[in-house]
Design a protein around this ligand. Structure first.
Ligand SMILES: [Fe+2]
Length: 253
């Protein structure tokens, strides 16, 4: 059971609250995100043929994947890794420092820490074990599904406003970065470092579809209407319409 970890995590996150409403809202956003990513992982793992131990490792990794966000925000007041530190690495350091995984057997602990450190890489490295690859991919799919929910709450007209959540991008309704379009046309994930405008963020979220590993995740993306909503936010140019069509094909694989 992972109930004791859920309880520990709740307590742990509480220690990052400061009483400042804006700062606390950012901490609570990441806490809620962590629980929602756990819920997504719990929806995905039953569709895979996993041993109970592997499913448990995936669920723990989902819960803890953003453990680095809390020290990151406390120290740097941003969620932008390029302006602060890699939050996957911060997460491993924080979980080790707090002995959060001390009750796990060493193999499970290694899976959880490995998934935490790799959840935010642009691409999964080759040469890792099948088990680690599987656990990490469950976390990456779950994470993406929930981040898209959060980002849509901010991107849709009249939505929430937060420069921190939006990673400080410029709000210009017509502009977008063509280098990101080129990456998507090549079937690749967009690069955070190239992102300048809100539309780039929308494009980046669409490009994540290329990295969704499991059919269940692709179904959820479609059934929740994310494709239509994200495409509807973009300027109506022929090149962006083509991208929407292409993503639709990938989702139906
Ligand atoms: Fe993350």
């Amino acid at each position: 059971m992972i109930d004791s970890h859920v309880a520990w995590f709740e307590d742990h996150v509480r220690s990052f609250l400061t009483g400042d409403p804006q700062d606390d809202a950012h901490i609570e956003l990441k806490r809620d995100h962590s629980f929602k990513v756990l819920a997504e992982a719990r929806a995905i793992t039953p569709t895979l043929d996993l041993s109970p131990g592997l499913a448990r490792a995936a669920h723990l990794a989902a819960l803890y994947h953003d453990a680095g966000r809390f020290p990151q925000y406390r120290t740097y007041k941003t969620f932008k890794d390029a302006q602060s530190a890699n939050h996957g690495h911060l997460g491993v350091r924080s979980l080790r420092g707090h002995a959060a995984l001390s009750d796990l057997d060493p193999a499970t602990r290694a899976l959880v820490l490995g998934a935490v450190v790799m959840h935010n890489r642009r691409e999964l490295p080759t040469g890792i074990s099948d088990d680690l690859s599987l656990v990490t991919r469950v976390v990456r799919d779950s994470d993406k599904l929930d981040i898209i929910r959060i980002m849509l709450e901010h991107l849709r007209p009249g939505g929430k406003e937060s420069d921190v959540v939006m990673l400080h991008v410029e709000d210009d309704p017509e502009r977008y970065t063509s280098a990101i379009v080129t990456q998507i046309e090549a079937g690749r994930i967009g690069d955070y470092a190239l992102m300048r405008y809100r539309n780039d963020f929308t494009l980046l979220l669409l490009s994540w579809v290329f990295d969704l590993s499991f059919r269940a995740s692709r179904r959820m993306f479609l059934e929740r209407g994310h494709l239509d909503e994200l495409c509807g936010l973009l300027p109506r140019t022929p090149e962006l319409t083509r991208i929407g069509d292409r993503i639709y094909d990938v989702l139906n694989r």
